[in-house]
Design a protein around this ligand. Structure first.
Ligand code: ADP
Ligand code: 5GP
Length: 208
């Protein structure tokens, strides 16, 4: 039997705009939870701060960090590079802290395949409807429709990844969604975490 170390890895993924960054921030307010702050080559949004939301960096520097082996995982998403730094994450996990990741399906796969000696729970967030998702993106992107369209172009492909995750949850009411996630995180019995048929039907509706 595998004996896991104390800290756990919790990954949240979703189609863009479903609310994972908001949820990650809320979860990180709990004692003993820290967020893995990613590096990215994308430009900061007006409210984003370097070192808090992301480490914003150039493509050249990002490539150097890949070469040095600094990333636990990295991927190209929406034409930009994103990666999770290995050192800080492993330090926190070894110190018994839980680490939350807001990363895409490619990074999730890479971390899963590493079979690290820490508990791993992967969570996929779904929007309540496509219309609401578009509204959330428009609000966040301050009506920059070019970015909204770029994100929505990948929606169907992103959505199809839900099956690779341990727990699927719909982010309709934020507080309710957060409570469900915290219940699953605290639950030691990780079987039958969600109603598969219900989620399948919801995904089918989102596809149209
Ligand atoms: P993601 O990280 O999945 O791309 P964000 O967390 O940035 O998504 O959320 C996208 C937008 O939707 C933000 O403006 C956020 O405030 C809003 N939002 C997130 N969750 C909810 C919710 N449950 N109800 C309404 N708006 C939400
Ligand atoms: P955004 O630009 O909206 O902040 O993020 C775009 C996408 O990149 C989201 O799906 C987000 O989860 C993902 N992402 C953010 N950081 C990382 C990372 O370090 N690695 C990977 N693989 N994806 C990331």
């Amino acid at each position: 039997m595998t004996s896991f170390k104390k800290g756990g890895i919790y990954i949240l993924s979703s189609p863009s705009g479903a609310g994972k960054t908001t949820l990650v921030k809320k979860i990180s307010k709990n004692r003993n939870f820290s967020v893995s702050i990613s590096h990215t080559t994308r430009l900061p949004r007006p409210n984003e701060k370097n070192g808090k939301d992301y480490f914003f960096t150039s493509k050249n520097n990002f490539k150097k960090l890949i070469k040095k082996g600094d990333f636990l995982e990295h991927a190209k998403v929406f034409n930009n590079y994103y990666g999770s730094s290995k050192k800080k994450v492993i330090e926190n996990l070894n110190a018994g802290k839980n680490v939350i990741f807001d990363i895409d399906w490619q990074g999730t796969r890479q971390i899963r395949n590493k079979k690290l000696n820490f508990k791993l729970l992967t969570i996929y967030i779904l929007p309540p409807s496509k219309k609401e998702l578009i509204n959330r993106l428009i609000k966040r992107e301050k009506k920059n429709m070019k970015t909204v369209k770029k994100r929505m172009k990948e929606f169907k492909k992103d959505l199809s990844r839900w099956k690779e995750y341990d727990f699927i949850v719909i982010n309709d009411d934020l507080k309710r969604c957060y409570d469900k996630i915290m219940r699953v995180i605290k639950n030691k019995n990780r079987k039958n975490l969600y109603d598969n048929q219900f989620i399948k039907n919801h995904v089918r509706n989102l596809e149209f």
